[in-house]
Write a protein that binds this ligand. Structure first.
Ligand SMILES: [Zn+2]
Length: 301
């Protein structure tokens, strides 16, 4: 991996780079340690799964390497962090990563799943803001509430591929099919595309709300769900994405897929938002935070 953090309690992480690592650790234990045979070792925490990692090539790059990287250590390190085998096996940075991309496998309750849940509740306003931008569909309070309720029913925080880095996207991923008719579209091109694929049923208003076409006499539903969550590490950089699928239901007919796009997870964006000290609160944001607390708060231990 090309990123690290130093506290299991926080979400924020940094690029692996010698000078800033030295500054943040002051070259002191528990981060700097000497092995039994006198080799210096440098430790940190995996920002995805909270397991201890060792930084390789920080001072001397092994042959064939162009930059230092972090690798899971496989054991607890006093003062750094506890080892969690299950979290490691499902970590997108792990070499042992499970390849089965079907279904939504779950882990049992753990420190990691609890942390994911509490970060989601604590930053729910930012999660909704980011998802609205990332997917192109504006999430209003009613939609946010419906998503929270479904996430609770699906126990989304226990999804095995949930990490501390992908919280917003996995939240959406674990909310099944949600109705988006009469929602405002942030991505106007996406709105055009959906209307073009359903001209007899859909139109958009001047403010880019997707509504039922005036000429349409039938009952219609326009929905969205997410599938095919996948991850890949290339040159130590993590790439993660999922498919966003738009569905249409007309009267009693079966649901049809009308459009599909890929949503890339912008980890940095979320990292910056969570750690952005100038984030302004607003009545709308306060309401979102309260809503998350109401629906999920009792699950946080
Ligand atoms: Zn990890």
């Amino acid at each position: 991996m090309n990123v690290y953090k130093l506290s299991v309690k926080t979400q924020g992480y940094y690029l692996i780079e010698k000078d800033s690592y030295e500054q943040r650790t002051a070259r002191r234990p528990p981060w700097y340690k000497v092995s039994d045979n006198g080799e210096p070792r440098y430790f940190a925490i995996c920002p995805a799964c909270n397991n201890p990692v060792q930084l390789i090539g920080l001072y001397k790059l092994p042959a064939n390497l162009h930059h230092p990287y972090g690798k899971h250590y496989g054991k607890s390190i006093p003062g750094v962090g506890l080892y969690d085998q299950n979290a490691y096996e499902w970590c997108p940075y792990s070499n042992k990563k499970q390849n089965n991309n079907d279904g939504k496998p779950k882990r049992s309750q753990s420190m990691l799943s609890q942390q994911i849940l509490s970060l989601l509740v604590m930053h729910f306003d930012k999660v909704i803001w980011l998802l609205s931008h990332s997917t192109g569909v504006n999430i209003d309070e009613a939609l946010a509430k419906s998503m929270l309720l479904q996430y609770r029913r699906e126990e989304g925080w226990l999804y095995s591929r949930a990490t501390l880095m992908n919280i917003p996207w996995v939240f959406a991923y674990m909310t099944d099919n949600q109705g988006i008719l009469f929602k405002k579209m942030r991505d106007v091109k996406l709105a055009d595309e959906l209307v073009a694929r359903s001209p007899e049923y859909l139109e958009q208003t001047a403010q880019h709300y997707l509504v039922k076409s005036k000429n349409c006499q039938s009952y219609i539903e326009l929905g969205v769900y997410y599938t095919k969550h996948q991850s890949e590490v290339v040159d130590d950089r993590l790439h993660e994405s999922m498919d966003m699928v738009f569905t249409r239901k007309v009267g009693y007919a079966a649901v049809e897929e009308i459009y599909r796009k890929s949503v890339l997870f912008d980890f940095n964006y979320f990292n910056n938002l969570v750690n952005f000290s100038d984030w302004k609160s607003s009545p709308k944001n306060e309401q979102l935070l309260q809503l998350a607390q109401e629906v999920l708060g009792d699950l946080i231990r």
